[in-house]
Design a protein around this ligand. Sequence first.
Ligand code: COA
Length: 335
Amino acid sequence: MYHSKITGLGFYVPDNIVTNDDLSKKIDTTDEWIQERTGIQRRRHIIRGEDTTTSMGVKAAEIAIERSGLAKEDIDFVIFATLSPDYYFPGPGVLVQRDLGLKTVGALDVRNQCSGFVYAVSIADQYIKTGMYKNILVIGSEVHSTGLDMTTRGRGVSVIFGDGAGAAVLSREEDLTKGILSTHLHSEGQHAEELIVKAPGMGQRWVTDIIADNNPEDESYYPYMNGQFVFKNAVVRFSEVINEGLQANNLQVSDIDMLIPHQANLRISQFIQQKFQLSDDQVYNNIMDYGNTTAASIPIALTEAWEKGKIKEGDTVVLAAFGSGFTWGSVIIKW
Ligand code: COA
């Protein structure tokens, strides 16, 4: 039995910065409305032809692998979390294997939206614990900008999401007091339709129906979100799953050195911070700069916090996520 630890981190965001004022030129919205409700000031959008979910994930992964001190040949497995794959199938995991020139290692795609990175880390942790793999590349990457309803109709959702990618290398750790101490995953599919993109799917609306309808007013391709319902569930589930992780390891809230919450909404993070009575130094937020990048948000925030020296050896780091599904989860790490 082993532990796994994060040995390399990296992130990549496109150069194209889109401010709230930029959005207000296309959509009936204001910088004031967006900042007041979400805390977001700007986000990144890819430039057509320059980046994709896979290419951003590859760029983040190259940085993470280099920082881990490993060679590409040392990577035993790839896990890619995204809700915005380049292709409907195959998923981006195999494209990373190709584009990074990895050995013909296994490549797994995870579809758990905002909780995707936490789910992916949990899977990687299990493979490393059992000794099956030694070094696993975990990526969270999203392109939202090409799939949003950039009209006033879609304004409740479209101002929130941004593009970007983050990656981590998880490696075997023999000291069982270090690395990932536990992971905790949950779902409640009863609320699947409260935050959803319905098409293209093979369920109620067949692709053949969509093509036959050829309806420009078809909203099933756009994200739908019952914002207030999502908000209310998020604050409850974030709290529960952080407590669950702490309790499983006999830790107290005061033991948390750094909480990296999924960057859903600054108001959600602030609510959690207040509830747990954490200081500004104990919670890392960067939604102001990148918006909600779903599966990429935790690895981007984790990398930034680490780059800024906010995470040190021996720290107790907590990752926590909530999102579409609903799904939620946490990871407790002794850095
Ligand atoms: N700009 C200006 N006005 C907007 C707007 C925008 N971008 N989006 C919605 N509005 C308007 C609505 O049309 C509505 O107008 P009305 O009162 O005249 O009908 C009003 O603002 C309030 O809309 P509502 O949807 O009730 O706002 P809200 O206070 O719930 O805030 C969210 C919306 C999305 C910011 C908020 O619900 C939220 O953050 N939810 C959680 C989202 C989240 O975390 N998602 C990711 C989970 S992983």
